[in-house]
Design a protein around this ligand. Structure first.
Ligand SMILES: Cc1cc2nc3c(=O)[nH]c(=O)nc-3n(C[C@H](O)[C@H](O)[C@H](O)COP(=O)(O)OP(=O)(O)OC[C@H]3O[C@@H](n4cnc5c(N)ncnc54)[C@H](O)[C@@H]3O)c2cc1C
Length: 370
C-alpha cells in the first residue's frame, strides 16, 4: 500500500512528487504510460515563463501563474537551471490600441510587475525587425529549459526513494475502506493492482479519462492542436525579446508568437486547431505554411515564406464547457464529492509549465494535512 500514487510524469506530476518528497517521507509511486518522464505536453510547448497578463483576475490561472512564475525563477536560480528573463512585447496596429490598453489594465489587476505601454519608436528600439504601432512591454516574461526543470524534479523525487512505473497505464480505479485500488496495465500486457491512500491525477491529455474511472461527474477535455514552424538559420539571434500578436480569442490561444530557446533559434507558433477525438497526432501539416507566413509577416519585417519550415506540434487539453475557448484550470481535492484523497488536475494547459511548482506545493500541502 502506497501513501500516494501520481498518475502522469509530466511537469505537473513531477512537481507534485518533488513537493511531497521535500515535505514528508511518504511512500510515492508515479505511473507513466510512456517510457520516460516528460514525453507529453510538457516537452511540446513554447517553454515560456508567463507573466500572468492574460488571465481573468481571481481565476486559478491568474493565481497559479503569478505565484508559479516567481517560484519558478527562484527554483531555477537555486538549482542552476537555464532561464532567460528576456521580456516580451505584445504588438498591435493603431486600431488595436484599445485592446492593448485593456490588456494592460488586466495585467495591473493581476499585479504583474514590469509592464508598460510602448509606442512605435520604442518597439523599433527594442526590436528593429518588428513591425507595430503600439505595444505592451512585459519585463518579467522569460524562457526556460522545460526538460532540465523536469530532470531536476525527477532527480529530487528519486532521491526520496519514490518508485516509478514506466510504460504502464492506469486503466481502472475503485474505492476501498482506506483509499483506492488502481488497475494498471503493465508493459507485459498484464494487469497489476496497487492500493493507495491518495491518488493525484496529473495525466495531462488523459486526465479527464482518469477522473471518469471513478465517476462521470468531471469536466471533459477537447484537444486543441498547436503546430510550430522554425525560422531558417539566418534569423538566429535576430531577436532579444519574445514577440506576440494580440490573443486569438476565437480559438482560446495566445496567437502565433515568436519565441526562441537557448540556441537563439527563433520559431513561430503555436497555431490552434480543434481535434475531434482524443487522438494524439503530432504531425506538423505543411499546408499551414501560408497561415504561418501571413501571421508572422504581420509583425516580422523581411520575413519570407522560404524562411519557414515545419518544426513540432503540441496538444492543449482544453476543458470543454459551455463552448468556452478560454476555460480555467480544474484543480480539486474531491473530498466534497465523496472521494477523500483523490485530487484531479484537469485542463492544465498554458500557463501550466509556469504554474507547476505552485500547483505541486498546494497538492503536497493537502496530502500532508490530510
Ligand atoms: C502548444 C502548447 C504551448 C504551451 N506553451 C506554454 C508556455 O509557453 N508556458 C507555459 O507555462 N505553459 C505552456 N503550455 C502548457 C504546458 O505545457 C502544460 O500546462 C504542462 O506541460 C502540462 O503538464 P502536465 O504534467 O499536466 O501534462 P503532461 O506533460 O502531458 O503529463 C501528463 C502525463 O500523463 C501521462 N498519462 C496520460 N494518461 C495516462 C494514464 N492513463 N496512465 C499513465 N500515464 C498517463 C502522459 O503520458 C503524460 O506523460 C503549452 C501547452 C501547449 C500544448
Amino acid at each position: 500500500m502506497y501513501d500516494v500514487v501520481i498518475i502522469g510524469a509530466g511537469v505537473v506530476g513531477l512537481a507534485v512528487a518533488r513537493a511531497i518528497g521535500e515535505a514528508s517521507q511518504k511512500s510515492v509511486l508515479i505511473i507513466e504510460k510512456e517510457e520516460s518522464f516528460g514525453r507529453g505536453i510538457s516537452s511540446r510547448n513554447s517553454e515560456v515563463i508567463h507573466s500572468g497578463i492574460y488571465y481573468t483576475p481571481g481565476s486559478l490561472k491568474a493565481e497559479y501563474c503569478s505565484r508559479g512564475r516567481d517560484l519558478l525563477y527562484d527554483y531555477c536560480d537555486a538549482h542552476n537551471i537555464w532561464t532567460n528573463r528576456c521580456g516580451k512585447i505584445v504588438v498591435g496596429r493603431e486600431h488595436q490600441s484599445d485592446d492593448l490598453e485593456a490588456m494592460f489594465h488586466n495585467a495591473q489587476e493581476n499585479n504583474v510587475p514590469e509592464i508598460k505601454i510602448i509606442d512605435k519608436k520604442e518597439i523599433q528600439k527594442l526590436e528593429p525587425q518588428v513591425i507595430g504601432d503600439v505595444g505592451l512591454f512585459v519585463g518579467c516574461t522569460g524562457i526556460i529549459s522545460a526538460h532540465d526543470l523536469m530532470a531536476s524534479f525527477y532527480k529530487k523525487s528519486q532521491d526520496c526513494d519514490h518508485d516509478y512505473l514506466f510504460k504502464s497505464r492506469i486503466i481502472g480505479a475503485e474505492t476501498t475502506n482506506d483509499g483506492y485500488e488502481l488497475s494498471i496495465g503493465n508493459p507485459n500486457g498484464e494487469i497489476e493492482k496497487v492500493s493507495t491512500q491518495w491518488v493525484i491525477n496529473a495525466a495531462g491529455l488523459g486526465s479527464d479519462l482518469a477522473a471518469e474511472m471513478l465517476t462521470a461527474d468531471y469536466p471533459s477535455l477537447r484537444f486543441s492542436k498547436g503546430c510550430y514552424y522554425k525560422l531558417s538559420s539566418k534569423w538566429r539571434g535576430a531577436f532579444d525579446h519574445l514577440v506576440y500578436p494580440l490573443p486569438d480569442k476565437e480559438h482560446g490561444s495566445l496567437g502565433i508568437h515568436l519565441s526562441f530557446d537557448e540556441t537563439q533559434m527563433p520559431k513561430l507558433g503555436p497555431s490552434a486547431h480543434w481535434v475531434d477525438d482524443h487522438h494524439e497526432n503530432y504531425d506538423v501539416e505543411e499546408s499551414l505554411l501560408d497561415q504561418f507566413f501571413e501571421e508572422g509577416a504581420r509583425y516580422i519585417d523581411g520575413l519570407k515564406k522560404e524562411d519557414l519550415s515545419p518544426d513540432f506540434a503540441g496538444i492543449r487539453p482544453k476543458i470543454w464547457m459551455d463552448e468556452n475557448p478560454m476555460p480555467d484550470f480544474y484543480i480539486s481535492h474531491e473530498a466534497d464529492k465523496g472521494f477523500p484523497g483523490w485530487v484531479n488536475l484537469i485542463g492544465i494547459e498554458s500557463p501550466g509549465l509556469t504554474s507547476a511548482i505552485a500547483i505541486g506545493n498546494d497538492v503536497a500541502r493537502w496530502v500532508n494535512e490530510g
